[in-house]
Design a protein around this ligand. Structure first.
Ligand code: GLU
Length: 448
C-alpha cells in the first residue's frame, strides 16, 4: 500500500491491465515506492496524467524473424523493439537475444532505461529490443543470418535521431557488427545508429568496459561518501559471466579490492584470499565461461556448481551483474548475515523488490542499476556524439568523461535522497531524479 491514494489506484490498474507481465509490474512497483514520496506534492503529475502516460510505451514494434539454420531448416523467432519514451531524446537502449525474452521483460527494461538515460545527463530517451533467440550454441553463420533477418525489419524503425539500439544480454560486438552491416546496406547511410560498434567502423574506445568500470566508479563514490573509505582490501563478490561482471572485476581488482567470489553459468569460484582476476579476464574471453578452467589451474579454490549459492558467501560488497531477479529476500538475508553492507546492481533489476526493501531497512546500502550501471549507455551516448562530429576521442578522454558522469549520477541520487529526508536511499534518489527531467520535458512538450 502506498500513502498516496492516486498511486494505489494506478497500481491496482497496472496489476489488472498487465497481469501477464510480472517483470513490468515489479519495475513499476519499485518505481512507485519512490514516487510515493513526491507525487501528492506535485499536482501537475495527476492533472496532466504524467504517470498514466509514462507507463505506456509510445510504440511497440513486434515482428517475425525468419531465417535458415545450418541444416537448411527454416527457423522462426519473435522480435520486438519497445520505443518507450522520447521526451528527452531519441529512443536509446540495448537489444537482448535470449530464449527467455518476451514483451514483459522488454517493457520493464525499456521503462528502467528511460530513467537511467535521464540520469546520465545526456539527451537520450528510453527503448529496448530483442528476440526470443539464444546465440549460445549457434554457429557464427547462423548468428549472422539471424542478425540480418532481425534487422531487415528493424531498420525501418530506427535512425541516428530516432532510435539507437546497442547490445545487452546475448548481443555483443559480433552481433552489433552483423546488425549494423545489414542496417547500413538497407538504409544506404553511414550514420552510427547502433552503439557498441567495432572501433574500425565508428565504435568508441572504452565502450566495452564502460558498464563494469562505471559500476566501480559508482561504488567508490558510495564508499567515499557514506564510509569515508575506498575499495582497498574490500571483499567483493560478482555474479554473471557477461561483459559487465568481467569488467567490474578487472576494475575492482585495479582499485585494490579483493574479488573473493565470481559466478558464471556453471557455478561459482571462491577464494578468501582473492581470485586471480587477470586469469579470469583471460579465460572468459571467448565465451564468458571460466569457472571450470579456473579450477584446473587453482584446484585449491572452492567451486560450487550452483551460481545462486554465491550470495551466501562472506563479503563486504555484492555486485549482481547477471540478470533480473537473481537476488531474492532470502539471498538478501544471507548477504546481511555474512557481513555484506553494500549491494550495487550491475545488471538491470537483479534484486527483487522485497530484497531491496530488506536492504533499506537493515543497513545494507543499496544502489539500483538505473544509476549504478548507467556507464554503458553513457558511453553509448558519447559514441553517438563522436559519430555526429565525425571524430574519435582517445580511451583516456572517454574514461575520464565516464568517471565524471558516474560521479554526477551519484551526486544527483544522493542529493535527491537527502532532499526527501532519506540520505541513504539511493533508489529513491535515482527514481525521483531520473523522473523529474522526463516529467519536466513532458509538461513542456504538451499532451502527446
Ligand atoms: N544494455 C545496456 C543497458 O542496459 C546498454 C544500452 C545502450 O548502450 O544503449 O543500459
Amino acid at each position: 500500500m502506498y500513502q498516496s491514494s492516486y498511486l494505489n489506484k494506478l497500481f491496482e490498474d497496472v496489476k489488472k491491465k498487465y497481469s501477464s507481465e510480472p517483470e513490468f509490474i515489479s519495475a513499476v512497483e519499485e518505481f512507485f515506492d519512490s514516487m510515493d514520496y513526491m507525487v501528492d506534492d506535485e499536482p501537475n503529475i495527476e492533472k496532466y496524467a504524467i504517470l498514466e502516460r509514462i507507463l505506456i510505451p509510445e510504440r511497440v514494434i513486434s515482428f517475425r524473424v525468419a531465417w535458415v539454420d545450418d541444416k537448411g531448416k527454416v527457423q522462426v523467432n519473435k522480435g520486438w523493439r519497445v520505443q518507450f519514451n522520447s521526451a528527452i531524446g531519441p529512443y536509446k537502449g540495448g537489444i537482448r537475444f535470449d530464449s527467455s525474452v518476451n514483451l514483459s521483460i522488454l517493457k520493464f527494461l525499456a521503462f528502467e532505461q528511460t530513467f537511467k538515460n535521464s540520469l546520465t545527463g545526456l539527451p537520450l530517451g528510453g527503448g529496448k529490443g530483442g528476440a526470443d533467440f539464444t546465440p549460445r550454441g549457434r554457429s557464427d553463420e547462423e548468428i549472422m543470418r539471424f542478425c540480418q533477418a532481425y534487422v531487415s525489419e528493424l531498420f525501418r524503425h530506427i535512425g541516428p535521431d530516432t532510435d539507437v539500439p546497442a547490445g545487452d544480454f546475448g548481443v555483443g560486438a559480433r552481433e552489433i557488427g552483423y546488425m549494423y552491416g545489414m542496417y547500413k546496406k538497407l538504409s544506404n547511410d553511414f550514420v552510427g545508429t547502433f552503439t557498441g560498434k567495432g572501433i574500425s567502423y565508428g565504435g568508441s574506445l572504452g565502450r566495452k568496459e564502460a558498464t563494469g568500470y562505471g559500476l566501480l566508479y559508482f561504488v567508490s563514490e558510495m564508499l567515499k561518501t557514506f564510509h569515508n573509505d575506498t575499495l582497498k582490501g574490500k571483499r567483493v563478490i560478482i555474479s554473471g559471466s557477461g561483459k559487465v561482471g568481467k569488467h567490474a572485476a578487472v576494475k575492482a581488482h585495479a582499485l585494490g579490492a579483493k574479488v573473493v567470489a565470481m559466478s558464471d553459468i556453471n557455478g561459482f569460484v571462491y577464494d578468501e584470499n582473492g581470485l586471480d582476476v587477470p586469469l579470469i579476464d583471460k579465460l572468459s574471453e571467448p565465451k564468458g565461461e571460466y569457472s571450470l578452467e579456473y579450477m584446473k589451474i587453482y584446484p585449491e579454490a572452492k567451486f560450487v556448481p550452483t551460481p545462486k549459492l554465491m550470495w551466501g558467501m562472506p563479503c563486504d560488497i555484492a555486485l549482481p551483474c547477471a540478470t533480473q531477479n537473481e537476488i531474492d529476500l532470502e539471498d538478501a538475508k544471507k548477504l546481511k548475515a555474512n557481513g555484506c553492507y553494500m549491494l550495487v546492481e550491475g545488471a538491470n533489476m537483479p534484486t527483487a523488490v522485497e530484497a531491496i526493501r530488506f536492504c533499506n531497512e537493515n543497513g545494507i546500502l543499496f544502489a539500483p542499476g538505473k544509476a549504478s550501471n548507467a556507464g554503458g549507455v553513457a558511453v553509448s551516448g558519447l559514441e553517438m556524439s563522436q559519430n555526429a562530429m565525425h571524430l574519435s576521442w582517445t580511451y583516456e578522454e572517454v574514461d575520464q568523461k565516464l568517471e565524471q558522469i558516474m560521479k554526477n549520477i551519484f551526486r544527483k541520487c544522493h542529493e535527491t535522497a537527502q532532499k526527501y529526508g532519506q540520505p541513504k536511499n539511493l533508489a529513491l534518489g535515482a527514481n525521483i531524479a531520473g523522473f523529474i527531467k522526463v516529467y519536466d520535458a513532458m509538461l513542456q512538450e504538451g499532451v502527446i
